[in-house]
Ligand binder design. Structure first.
Ligand code: NAD
Length: 484
């Protein structure tokens, strides 16, 4: 399987990129899988100009027509599901199950955004004067969407779909690790859907040029909004630049999510929640379970069962559908995961399962004897590693969970729902799920983090807020008497 790129998608046309093509690697094999157009700053500027030109007509398009086009894109995504599955496996090291999951749910992003066009409401305000007064929402203009590689379809789509629903136009820059399934295939979908020229533009570029292209996508005066999903250091730099230019910016960043297993938890359920949360997609999920805090009375049973489960998960290349743990995305990432495991073992942790590495493949690893000082407990690992700390009471659990720079999501396993609510309300996270893993997403719900996990929310009406300006409009009855 390979992919013949048609070019960058700018103003409804496929155009050659100004830079020399870059290589897209298959992490399962280490071989080049596709050759991808490499945009320069000038190409990014051309895409922004096309989006800027398309903006007035798209903003003026009746919302029902915008909704119809979003629904059409959803239908095309469904019809082309296997095209995306065939690309996502080799391009991103996603297992067959993960590809099927992501391709099945992504059309829902567009359908939810289409529904939101009906809910893009303002408010009638009281006024002390003889006039009508209202708060209305207007699209901001051109929105730059910069997306990561790990869930390339969902994470490109949530930036695009809600921005379009609100009447904005878009320039999408997918990750250099997923330029096809996170970008160029979407350009084909929007072309087929008949989206007007320039409403969505797609530019792909390699790692070497991303700082330049990224700078253009933020600093260009025609860009009025930025949707960034990715790592915390890059997101902070982008949010800082956007802030200095007074542009709207929604940044969804890294995480170090805790799964809290309380003393009344059903151990088998807790083990399933932990295994799914820590190991699905080799732990390369922003909401992955990266810290497990377990009540002392359950610790031994829980650890044994989680380690046993970890050993059953088959690791290997993603062209074999039996494998449920694929490779990590690249050597940089595998080095980081290995460094976290080695640091933990050197400081006295014990691997109850896994603990090694074979190239880009890291088997599911369960670590006990972990302390809060270890890098595996402090820094985002983004790999299939489940570090466990035992805690004695609810206060200690909450303190451990909150002792992090991150604040994305959390899971609390307890059969006592009232207690679960009490703990959830004390966690410093943007999201918390009781009796569930932290890994959760519904496209109409507010998705996002606190602290170093980001600011702004994707999903539902919160995404509409992120991609619109609220304006105050009054309409006076008669002629006002002015004092001068
Ligand atoms: P990354 O930060 O390396 O890349 C994300 C995007 O930013 C890519 O498109 C990349 O090309 C681009 N980029 C890189 N440098 C840039 C620059 N200087 N200017 C502009 N753009 C630039 O992240 P990644 O490795 O693709 O994804 C993994 C990270 O993303 C993890 O930290 C993960 O937790 C996070 N993530 C967060 C969420 C969320 O919703 N909170 C979702 C998925 C992933």
């Amino acid at each position: 399987m390979t992919y013949e790129a048609k070019g960058l998608f700018i103003g409804g046309q496929w155009r050659a990129a100004s830079g020399a093509a870059f290589d897209d690697y298959n992490p399962s094999t280490g071989k080049v899988w596709a050759s991808v157009p490499n945009a320069t700053r000038a190409d990014a500027a051309a895409a922004i100009a096309a989006a800027h030109t398309a903006f007035p007509a798209w903003a003026a398009t009746p919302f029902v027509q915008r909704a119809a086009l979003l629904n059409k894109a959803a239908a095309i995504l469904e019809a082309r599901q296997q095209d995306f599955v065939a690309v996502m496996g080799p391009e991103t090291g996603s297992t067959f199950g993960k590809c099927m999951y992501e391709t099945t749910v992504t059309p829902g992003v567009y359908r939810t955004a289409a529904a939101m066009t009906f809910g893009n409401t303002g408010e009638i305000l009281p006024s002390a004067y003889d006039r009508g007064s209202m708060a209305v929402r207007s699209p901001v203009g051109v929105v730059s969407v910069i997306s990561p590689w790990n869930f390339p379809m969902i994470l490109s789509s949530r930036g695009i779909a809600f921005a379009l629903a609100a009447g904005n136009t878009v320039v999408l820059k997918p990750s250099e690790e997923s330029p096809v399934c996170g970008g160029l295939l979407f350009a084909e979908v929007f072309e087929e859907a008949g989206l007007p020229e320039g409403v969505v533009n797609v530019v792909t570029c390699g790692r070497d040029g991303v700082a330049e292209v990224g700078d253009e996508l933020v600093a260009n005066p025609a860009v009025r909004g930025i949707s960034f999903t990715g790592s915390t250091p890059v997101g902070k730099a982008i949010a800082g630049k956007a802030g200095s230019l007074l542009k709207k910016c929604c940044v969804e960043l890294g995480g170090k999510d805790a799964l809290i297993v309380m003393e009344d938890a059903n151990v088998d359920h807790a083990v399933s929640a932990a295994a799914f949360g820590a190991f699905f997609h080799s732990g390369q999920i922003c909401m992955a379970v990266e810290r497990i805090i377990v009540a002392r009375n359950l610790a031994e049973d829980f650890t044994e069962k989680l380690a046993a489960k970890a050993r059953t998960l088959k690791v290997g290349p993603t062209d074999d559908k039996a494998n449920v743990i694929g490779p990590l995305i690249n050597a940089r990432q595998a080095d980081r995961v290995e460094a976290h495991i080695r640091d933990a073992l050197a400081q006295g942790a014990v691997a109850a399962a896994g603990g090694g590495r074979d190239g880009l493949f890291v088997p599911p690893t369960v670590l006990t004897g972990v302390t809060p000082q270890m890098s595996v407990w402090r820094d985002e690992t983004f790999g299939p590693v489940a570090p466990i700390i035992v805690a004695d009471d609810e206060q200690a659990m909450v303190d451990l969970a909150n002792d992090t720079e991150y604040g994305l999501s959390a899971g609390i396993i307890t059969d006592d729902r009232e207690r679960g609510m009490r703990v959830a309300s004390r966690l410093e996270t943007g999201m918390a799920h009781i009796n569930d893993s932290p890994v959760n997403d519904e496209f109409h719900a507010p998705f996002g983090g606190t602290k170093d996990s980001g600011s702004g929310r994707h999903g539902g009406r919160w995404a509409i807020e992120a991609f619109t300006e609220t304006r105050w409009i009054t309409s006076a009855n008669g002629h006002r008497q002015y004092p001068i």
